[in-house]
Design a binder for this molecule. Structure first.
Ligand code: FES
Ligand code: FES
Length: 162
């Protein structure tokens, strides 16, 4: 017997979508497989690593812990939506590039979405605050120093933005 499907409306990176999903389809899987937005990565699938973080109505959430069908009507921003309006790198993405804030890049989408939301409320962070901001995201490559530098650089870029 095939699983019942639930019609779910999502606005993802400003684009409205209607998907038909089984009740247990994770938001992360819906974004990746139903919508082809493979920038959202799945690491632990248990809410620990932060790689799957997306913004739901502007707030960072772990898409491995959410069912897509429960998100009906939500506005979601993925790492793809953190780009600049002209399609180039957005300020947080540019900061990661400037400061070599990534190595393998697996964790990076979750950092970019987390930092994007955090800087809206902390536009002038200290280094200690920047460390705290990324305390819920795991990276097994970089040692975090360059990610902290990226948070501070992103704050600078946001201030310089027109
Ligand atoms: S994959 Fe969601 S927190 Fe690790
Ligand atoms: S850059 Fe490899 S896990 Fe963070």
């Amino acid at each position: 017997m095939s699983e019942p499907l639930h019609e779910t409306r999502l606005v993802v990176n400003g684009v409205p979508h209607t998907v038909q999903v089984p009740a247990r389809r994770l938001l992360a899987d819906c974004l990746r497989h139903d919508l082809g937005l493979t920038g959202t990565h799945l690491g632990c699938e248990h809410g620990v690593c932060g790689a799957c973080t997306v913004l739901v109505d502007g707030q960072p959430m772990r898409s491995c812990l959410l069912f897509a069908a429960g998100m009906d009507g939500a506005e979601i921003t993925t790492v793809e939506g953190c780009r600049a309006p002209d399609g180039g790198l957005g300020p947080v993405q540019q900061a990661f590039r400037d400061c070599h804030g990534l190595q393998c890049g697996f964790c990076t989408p979750g950092f970019v979405t987390t930092i994007t939301a955090w800087l809206r409320e902390h536009p002038d962070p200290t280094e200690a605050q920047a460390r705290e901001a990324i305390g819920g995201n795991l990276c097994r490559c970089t040692g975090y120093q360059n990610i902290v530098a990226s948070v501070l650089r992103a704050a600078e870029l946001l201030k310089e933005a027109p």
